[in-house]
Write a protein that binds this ligand. Structure first.
Ligand SMILES: *[C@@H]1O[C@H](CO)[C@@H](O)[C@H](O)[C@H]1NC(C)=O
Ligand SMILES: *[C@@H]1O[C@H](CO)[C@@H](O)[C@H](O)[C@H]1NC(C)=O
Ligand SMILES: *[C@@H]1O[C@H](CO)[C@@H](O)[C@H](O)[C@H]1NC(C)=O
Ligand SMILES: *[C@@H]1O[C@H](CO)[C@@H](O)[C@H](O)[C@H]1NC(C)=O
Length: 329
């Protein structure tokens, strides 16, 4: 097994087939890492995310009649908004080019790991990072250093939520506007057990955030109370600029955790609109952050199209981004 990137598609399809066959006999559907890994890689250029629901029967029919790799990849990448089967997804990735340690190889750097984090954890998947022991049976010092840097840059980004003190209102609240159980402000607490719920039977759902002061950010974190199901199918977020609402980002599903990156924007008022949902949408977290490490989303790249590619993500070393106080790379 060399680089996972060069894994042949056939190999994955065969793995999938066996997993699903096994899963069906036990009535338990578990999607194995190899499966999800390849979607993530292939979906690098897409602003898509895993809907963790599928129609497993359809999948099985497609697999057993003919190996339609394109269908399978498309289907497994996007999930199925009408699916009835819960299919948790895992993303396996190695910190090194291959699965095992070689003296001649170097670990990925922390910004590349951050990119992988956005595209796995930030797309509603579990990230499993392989860190192979060296020939002494120990984790190499350079791998440990990268892991520390990776931790530090994540802490730097996610320790300050600029929406933490926002005033939140919503189009409706279940049980009435004053009902604390489903209050819009519940989305500021980082817990999936406190969430906003709209009144039943609505066709549009909106949340308005007053940040109390003009704020710059380039990362958005959204969460659904996943124990109540993955409900959102389509949403978008807008910012008020010069008295006009402008869309910053739009997306499909949210799920347990969704991280969205975009060029730096600045404003005081934000609006989250759920455009389509399987059932009354529920939101458990809304946070905004500044990421100075992923260069793609910096101010300088404002005019460039969205480019989600690990190659263009690197640490900003210029002074405009401030000092690299926590990460040295
Ligand atoms: C393996 O890692 C340990 C701890 O970082 C280090 O002391 C040792 O020299 C490494 N072995 C090799 C063969 O690089
Ligand atoms: C929110 O309020 C707390 C307590 O007053 C304060 O420590 C924190 O810095 C504020 N956060 C923001 C983003 O304004
Ligand atoms: C991290 O690795 C990527 C991919 O190899 C590279 O393009 C990027 O320049 C590196 N970033 C830093 C800060 O070294
Ligand atoms: C960056 O660090 C240098 C040297 O420690 C310091 O003089 C400068 O004020 C710092 N700049 C910022 C933006 O913190």
């Amino acid at each position: 097994m060399t680089d996972l990137n060069s894994f042949s598609m056939k190999y994955h399809v065969v793995i999938m087939y066996f997993i699903f066959t096994l899963a069906f006999t036990s009535h338990l559907i578990i999607l194995q890492p190899a499966l999800c890994w390849i979607w993530r890689l292939l979906s690098y250029d897409e602003r898509e995310v895993c809907m963790l629901l599928m129609n497993a029967l359809l999948f099985k029919i497609k697999l057993s009649t003919y190996l339609d790799a394109n269908f399978i990849i498309r289907y497994s990448r996007s999930g199925d908004r009408f699916g009835q089967d819960w299919v948790p997804a895992e993303c396996d990735v190695s910190i090194r080019p291959g699965w095992f340690w070689h003296a001649s190889e170097k670990p990925k750097n922390a910004t590349t790991l951050l990119d992988i984090y956005y595209k796995s954890v930030g797309r509603n998947c579990l990230l499993i990072l392989n860190v192979p022991p060296n020939s002494s049976g120990l984790i190499s010092a350079e791998d440990m250093q990268v892991l520390q840097e990776f931790t530090e840059i994540r802490q730097t980004i996610f320790s300050q939520n600029f929406a933490a003190n926002a005033t939140v209102t919503a189009s409706t609240v279940r049980g009435g506007l004053g009902n604390p159980q489903f209050a819009p402000s519940n989305v500021l607490q980082e817990s999936i057990y406190s969430y906003w719920a709209p009144e039943e039977g609505q066709t549009s759902w909106e949340m308005l955030f007053d940040l109390r002061q003009s704020t710059s950010f380039n990362v958005l974190q959204l969460q659904e109370p996943i124990q109540m199901g993955q409900r959102t199918i389509k949403f978008h977020v807008e910012i008020l600029v010069d008295e006009l609402w402008q869309t910053i980002v739009e997306g499909t599903t949210i799920g347990y955790k969704r991280l969205l990156q975009f060029p730096v924007v600045e404003g005081q008022f934000l609006k989250l609109s759920v455009d389509s949902a399987r059932a009354d949408p529920l939101i458990s977290f809304f946070g905004i952050f500044i990421d100075p490490f992923s260069v793609t989303y910096s101010l300088e790249n404002h005019d460039k199209p969205f480019l989600v590619n690990s190659e263009v993500i690197m640490l900003r070393t210029d002074h405009s981004s401030g000092n690299k106080s926590t990460a040295t790379m």
